[in-house]
Ligand binder design. Structure first.
Ligand code: TYM
Length: 337
């Protein structure tokens, strides 16, 4: 049996990834390199769907790639690349948009939530078709599994639907991808509002921990994380969402079952529990932060790594697009020279 292909992407829309990105996605990306054929992408084209500053986007794209490497993505073993360096993503998006229903796209809850914030009239058409670009990302690489957080599940379903529909209409072209979502870490919540997702767009600075936060900032944010009026460390999603979120984070970072952690801290109050959690987080993030800075200090080296990733990604993407054009009745660009 051939090695299974995984593909995933992350947006460069902030100056750092946050704890939810790390636990919900990036950590799995690193682990999956071991025995999968892994392709990872900084999806800078997705970042064009909201108003943005080109210089900030350029900087954040570099920082995103550096952080992925610092977190453990090995660009020799995995393919790591920037979406804008492989033009087939945009081309396949257009082809897939022809088999996507308007109603189907209208039911995407992330679009509805984001459009509700700005008002549907000022939301861009790109924001609306964003899940089609995401489907193109995944389907171009004949992906078997997509490691993501819970918030991407509906988009993943759409990718599966579009792959199946295209195959049915035009003949087998795409692998139909499966979601790879870990229940325990699929939804890390906001430290100040523990029933809502930790999110770069809607969380307050106190509610979100950035991978690149200084140790002192991490300690403060954990100390101020919302808990409850009891003093017992135990998991109870309904009644103790704040403590349960912290337990989940602790359990993931320390690779220790939640029950064992809860039993150890028990009724001793939240002080020591939070202090210990903050130290585990600082120990995990400090080396990532240092490596990120070191990688960014050599911009030429980073550019070379990404150019190599784009070459390798493009070889796969080209092959898929040739099949797509062939099946869909589209002559490609004539060979030059
Ligand atoms: P993005 O950039 O918002 O987030 C990157 C990854 O982090 C996960 N995530 C979380 N996981 C757990 N708890 C949270 N609070 C949390 N917040 C974010 C996301 O689920 C995601 O896996 N549309 C995607 C990017 C994308 C993509 C793709 C992903 C574009 N093309 C193709 C997979 C395959 C997005 O906006 O993720």
């Amino acid at each position: 049996m051939s090695t299974r292909r995984v593909f995933s992407g992350i947006q460069p829309t902030a100056d750092s990834f946050h704890l939810g990105n790390y636990l919900g996605a990036v950590r799995q990306w690193v682990a999956l390199q071991e025995d999968r054929d892994a392709v990872y992408c900084v999806v800078n084209l997705h970042a064009l769907t909201v108003p943005y500053d080109p210089e900030a986007l350029r900087r954040r794209t570099r920082v995103a790639a550096a952080q992925l490497m610092a977190a453990g993505i090995d660009p020799e073993r995995s393919i790591l690349f920037l979406q804008s360096q492989v033009p087939e993503h945009a081309e396949l998006t257009w082809v897939l948009s022809g088999v996507t229903g308007f109603g189907e796209a209208s039911r995407m809850t992330q679009f509805k939530d984001k459009a509700a914030k700005t008002g549907a009239d000022s939301a861009s058409v790109g924001l609306f078709t964003y899940p089609v670009l995401m489907a193109a990302d995944i389907l171009l690489y004949q992906t078997d599994e997509v490691p993501v957080g819970e918030d991407q599940r509906q988009h993943l379903e759409l990718s599966r639907t579009l792959a199946g529909r295209f195959n049915h209409r035009f003949g087998k072209t795409f692998v139909v991808p499966d979601a790879y979502i870990l229940r325990a870490v699929g939804k890390i919540t906001d430290l100040q509002d523990p029933v809502s997702k930790m999110s770069k767009t809607s969380s307050s600075p106190q509610g979100i921990i950035d991978l690149l936060d200084e140790p002192g900032v991490i300690r403060k944010k954990i100390a101020r994380a919302v808990t409850d009026a009891e003093s017992q460390v135990r998991a109870d999603e309904e009644n103790k969402p704040g403590v349960t979120n912290l337990l989940r984070i602790y359990s993931a970072l320390a690779s220790e079952p939640m029950d064992d952690i809860a039993a150890r801290y028990g009724d001793s109050g939240y002080g020591t529990f939070k202090k210990d959690l903050a130290e585990i987080m600082v120990d995990t993030f400090a080396p990532i932060r240092e490596r990120t800075m070191a990688i960014l200090a050599d911009p030429d080296g980073l550019e070379k790594v990404l150019a190599n990733g784009a070459d390798r990604a493009r070889a796969i993407a080209r092959e898929t697009m040739t099949a797509v054009r062939d099946h869909a009745g589209l002559p490609g660009a004539p060979a030059s020279g």
